[in-house]
Design a protein around this ligand. Structure first.
Ligand code: TIU
Length: 224
């Protein structure tokens, strides 16, 4: 099986097509469109919305190359029985009450319009959707089982927000033995400083949590 080598930090990231998945974290309306959870928390959604075209290009490349694609969505059951009371309480205090009715339906609740993935990146048949109640995509989900079943060892990770759900998921993946590369141009935080700090936290110390690269560099490696 051919090995692809992409320029990355702290050094080149090597991957094969058969054991690598593209993991797209929480590209939901609730984080990328007006009136969603992200904005109601007090954030500007320009940057999370802004990466949609770049993520779309990476997603289309992965589809073309036959790479496994996994999408995640943060959200809760309609009765909020899987939402920790502390998380609920803090969201309400911040004016973004989980389960409250917002302009896109009930905030961060499964089945609601705002909870779903943005139109441009909507999963197609054969792609996997992981619904997660937490920030990390491994917590209280079957993601690890799905990756093991498919023989996945490398994760190309992108989505929102870099410092919250993306970072938490990479940390969880790293402890489980997966090699993660975060795409800097396909991930975003509401505040660019949080994004930049997270990139550094991943590739520092010889890649303490993994690698940082970009969609351009991954696509360039695939096309070489
Ligand atoms: N608030 C924030 O930055 N993020 C989240 O609450 N969830 C995700 O990152 N998906």
């Amino acid at each position: 099986m051919k090995t692809f080598i992409a320029e990355a930090l702290p050094y080149e990231y090597e991957f094969r097509m058969d054991n690598t998945a593209l993991l797209i974290i929480d590209m939901q309306r609730d984080f990328c469109e007006n009136g969603g959870f992200g904005e109601l928390l007090g954030n500007d959604i320009a940057l999370t919305k802004g990466i949609i075209p770049t993520v779309k290009r990476m997603l289309e490349t992965a589809r073309k190359e036959g790479m496994l694609v996994i999408h995640t969505r943060e959200g809760h059951r309609p009765d909020l029985s899987d939402c920790p009371p502390q998380k609920l309480k803090r969201s309400k205090k911040q004016g973004a009450g989980i389960g409250d009715v917002g302009p896109m339906g009930r905030i961060l609740v499964r089945g609601e319009y705002g909870h779903d993935i943005v139109e441009e990146l909507y999963p197609i048949e054969g792609e996997i959707i992981i619904d997660k109640p937490g920030k990390g995509a491994f917590y209280a989900t079957d993601l690890e089982l799905v990756l093991q079943t498919r023989g996945i060892e490398n994760l190309i990770v992108c989505g929102v927000t870099t410092h919250v759900c993306v970072s938490t998921t990479i940390r969880e993946a790293n402890d489980r033995g997966f090699n993660c590369v975060l795409l800097s141009d396909c991930s975003a935080a509401f505040d660019p400083q949080d994004h930049e700090a997270t990139l550094k936290s991943i590739h520092q110390q010889g890649g303490i949590f993994g690698w940082v690269s970009s969609s351009d560099k991954i696509i360039e490696a695939l096309e070489k």
